[in-house]
Design a protein around this ligand. Structure first.
Ligand code: NAP
Length: 310
């Protein structure tokens, strides 16, 4: 089996930018893009802050353009999920089911996924009125009353998106002040059908016995007081978890599970393994910062391969 120069795991802006750079360097990278290609941009609507698109661009369009650009320079793609990885010896081994790939350098750009509340009733009603993606499921709640949980930009973005489709949106936040940016807060405040439920945590999604969401039981964390909010849907938008399970015990991760990179580079604790995008970035998590770190990872991988051969 031929050893690949570079395998890139992930096909969000980090993985695809790394692919563009590695492909242009003649390294013919193999991108394992996952069954759900494109990462979180696929579930975003308008991206208004990616430089070069003054009118904004749809997340999936941006991904498709990056993918075409990488392909044009010779990147190859596998539309599957990685099922195993061994980076304890070189060449590194990446498994896709029974298929095995070996790589001289690896770029981990696996991103992060939406966090859940962790309630049994949330799990049992997931897809039955409970969702973590307004752009995927909002359509089903046309003209209805929905709840959004969270106080960051994700929650504000979900609320704004849903406000265009739904009759009413109530944003449930566990504190009294939002974490999201001022610009987003201003837009939410300007929407006539978005209101806030402050100091409230969701304790239970109802009603698993009915098999569909009819409302949430909430509690005020300061007083312990409980109340009911009736609604047709609930969207969980409380942040993200890095997708690093494959590398636990092999690459240094921080306590929250993000890949630790060395001193402002994309180098990880394993020489030859680089990390880019949200998987190593709990702070900025933007498409453009992910793309930037994807570029850096490809440049570092290229240098690593050149030094390795010399
Ligand atoms: P985030 O900023 O970490 O916000 C998560 C929110 O969920 C916080 O308000 C947090 O409450 C709340 N939360 C967390 N766990 C909870 C739980 N178990 N129960 C109830 N509430 C919980 O995450 P994010 O909103 O996904 O944003 C992540 C990054 O992406 C940010 O840098 C953001 O600016 C960026 N982003 C930007 C855009 C955009 O510009 N269009 C869109 C989406 C995301 P506390 O505030 O009390 O901690």
């Amino acid at each position: 089996m031929a050893v690949e120069n570079i395998v890139i795991i992930g096909s969000g802006p980090a993985g695809l930018t790394a692919a563009i750079y590695a492909a242009r360097a003649g390294l013919k990278p193999l991108v394992i893009e996952g069954v759900r290609t494109g990462g979180q941009l696929m579930t975003t609507t308008d991206v208004e802050n990616f430089p070069g698109f003054p009118e904004g661009i749809l997340g999936p369009d941006l991904v498709a353009r990056m993918r075409r650009q990488a392909e044009r320079f010779g990147a190859r793609f596998a539309e599957q999920d990685v099922t195993g990885a061994d980076v304890r010896r070189r060449p590194f081994v990446i498994e896709i089911g029974p298929e095995r790939h070996e790589a001289a350098a690896l770029i981990v750009a696996t991103g992060a996924t939406a966090r859940r509340l962790g309630l049994a009733s949330e799990e049992s009603l997931f897809g039955r009125g409970v969702s973590a993606c307004a752009t995927c499921d909002g359509f089903f709640f046309r003209g209805k009353d929905v709840l959004v949980v969270g106080g960051g930009d994700s929650a504000l973005e979900e609320a704004l998106f849903l406000a265009r489709i739904c009759k009413s949106v109530r944003l449930i936040h566990r504190r009294e002040s939002l974490r999201g940016s001022r610009a987003m807060q201003e837009r939410v405040n300007a929407a006539s059908n978005i209101s806030f439920v402050w100091n409230a945590v969701v304790e239970e999604c109802l009603d698993p016995a009915l098999g569909r969401f009819v409302g949430a039981r909430i509690r005020d964390p300061r007083t312990g007081e409980r109340s009911m909010l009736e609604a047709d849907g609930l969207f969980v938008a409380i942040g993200h978890e890095p997708a690093t399970a494959l590398f636990r015990g092999q690459i240094d991760l921080d306590p929250a599970g993000y890949v630790v990179t060395v001193g402002g580079t994309t180098r990880t604790s394993v020489p030859g393994v680089f990390a880019a995008g949200d998987v190593q970035d709990p702070r900025y998590r933007q498409a453009v910062t992910a793309a930037g770190s994807g570029c850096a990872a490809a440049l570092e991988a290229e240098r690593f391969l050149a030094e390795d051969k010399s």
